[in-house]
Write a protein that binds this ligand. Sequence first.
Ligand code: NBG
Length: 817
Amino acid sequence: MSSANKIPEKVTANEIRQAFRDNLHSGLGRLERFATKNDLYLALALTVRDRLFERFVETMDTYGGVNARRVAYLSAEYLPGPHLANNLLNLGITDVTREALRELGYDLDEFVAQEEEPGLGNGGLGRLASCFMDSLASVEVPAVGYGIRYEFGIFDQTIRDGWQQEITDKWLRFGNPWEIARPNIAYGVKFGGHTKTFSDQQGTFRVWVPDTEVKGIAYDTPIAGYRVKTCDVLRLWKAEAVESFDFAAFNHGDYYRAVQDKVVSENITKVLYPNDDVDVGKELRLKQQFFFASCSLQDMLNIHALLGGTPATFHEKWAVQLNDTHPAVAVAELMRLLVDDHRLGWEEAWAVTRKTFAYTNHTLLPEALEKWTVGLFGKLLPRHLEIVYEINRRFLDEVRARFPGDDARVARLSLIDEGGPRYVRMAHLACVGSHRVNGVARLHSELLKQTVLRDFAELWPGKFCNVTNGVTPRRFVALSNPGLTKLITSRIGDNWLRDLNQLRKLEPFADDAEFQQQWREVKLANKRRLAALIAERTRIKVAPESLFDVQVKRIHEYKRQHLAALHVITLYLRLRRHPQADVPARTFVFGGKAAPGYFMAKRIIKLINSIGDLVNSDPVVRDRLKVVYFPDFNVTNAQSIYPAADLSEQISTTGKEASGTGNMKFALNGALTIGTLDGANVEIREEVGAENFFLFGLTAEEVEKVKGRGYRPRDYYEQNRVLQEVIDFVASGALARGDRELFRPIVENLLNDDPFLLLADYQTYIDAQERVSALWRNPQAWTRSSILNTARMGKFSSDRSIRDYCERVWRIEPRSR
Ligand code: NBG
């Protein structure tokens, strides 16, 4: 990193105090003695925001020059987590701010606790986008994160009587001090209508005659890099009505219909679809996708023109990353803007488009691959459907030339699925319109080439690459785990927060008795804090000395929370039968949201809570097993959970989890992993060493083999006495006050179908858990492994992921190396 970019932050406590007061008085119109906690928080947030925007403006100036290529990260989801503490950290002004507030009689931690996080995403995909924003700024790549400003983000979860309840997320109700609205940055987005041919002196063109239009308004949130001058921006679009709204309705004097349609137009950015890894195929969702893709592209073209560029050189200045297929309609929209609005020829426009886009795939699950019926697509976006057809016609001609007579291949590759009702395949559009396609972990990228994108990989092998996911150590270690941060820094200095590979320098301390002792003390203190939080949220008392065995992530059958549940029941039945059995005390912590319409996932939540009710109150096992369902798993809660975990559960059916990123956050905080060879687990195990990882389960190839042979879960049930007891126990109604119906769907699913192979993996999972218990009995050996896990996680910084994208995909040199 060039030293000019290192920022010695010179702000004093006095200056912060002064700015804080100014903001309270002139920004909020509040007298200090009447100010609520929220007023005080807002005043501090505005104080910090001002400094961020100063930096943002400087960044624009620095990178505004002719040569910079910018990244546009297009993502329908972001999960930034609370901003205040992170911004103070990245600006390097936490201590001075704390001091400034202390002199006024306030506690910074209370201000931090006041903030409600923006839940503008479902899970890993949205959180990854936010880790990438932090890293883009930190390695000093000029970037804009484009997305949607949902008025209601992911629902808040409470647990009532063991069931998930969804509560509307009103994150904007007390105002959002981190964003500024920019009503002057607004674009029209059109929908519906028809197309027609139009001629003028320049020739004959297709034009789109839409029947409605909405306006997208930019809301900017600055994203500061860690201790560097660069400050990027998250630009989220909100839908509003345009004045000249519904031309037809106004002309006929139908005032009410015009107003009603206005409400409809504002609906576009009302709410986030709460589905992770599944496609619901809803019209409003397609509207959301097109809306933000269109606003973002118009904005980029506008900035490009302001900097003196022409449409033909767009790709030289913008590298646009498609975060999954949610923004893939941008491929057709850029073609429309270039061909219809800017009147480039088709070939030239297509060359620009392909050099602009790159596509990241995040899942192999067939139910998550987005497709839209041709009817719906054509109704909302008639001109784009024509463009998709034209892209497809030219593309398939190329395929036919390469593979003459191979009609089956042509049908498989086509952008249109003609197997039944016709669909537009968004992953195909993204592939064809991009110059690079990547998966998010080595295994995932390989499987992608062998399965869902196989024909594309055969056609264009050079287009495919891998970029393994990463996480930001700033939020997930420095902010979440200050105790560990201090301990690490005391031995190796603090440069590891910008160069995570430096954690390797901890290896020599792995066997150092004093360091081990300190390491355990940090973990225990984190577990005490989590235990207090668990008591507050669930009324359950857990012992901080017990093994904290944690599975937090979205609830999904492929992630197999119910396999972990079978393990809990196994231990419970063992202890009931042999109260003297040597089972080290464990606290099982589960957490995560289920899509509101996902029947099995919701039933799994109920199952876990029912096991908890039984186990936690049974005097025979009471102090040895505890089961907690931590409600409302989100970024804020995650920051308390990862640092307190001893064991990280990463037990998805092999081949189903594209990468996982929670796995990285746990290991970085010194948890040992029990996991399958799935997603990024493979690479984590490779880095930390097989001896520091509890492996179990079928490999990806074995999964295929077992399924190919005709998998019969009942065989496993019949041949394994303990497994039989466990399943029978669930079926018996013992967990449901005798009701045998409650968990019947789970039991029947496992015995008759078991699509995620729980029964096939059950015994090796239990065996691996026995190895966990054995190692736990030896604190020195456990601590050694824990230290080595952290020390060897350097690869999984999102800074490394971003540098990989710069090199393999965007061809940009980051300013910080
Ligand atoms: C998710 C995968 C995870 C992966 C994240 C981020 C979707 C579609 N995919 O395994 O399930 O870690 O993406 O890449 O949400």
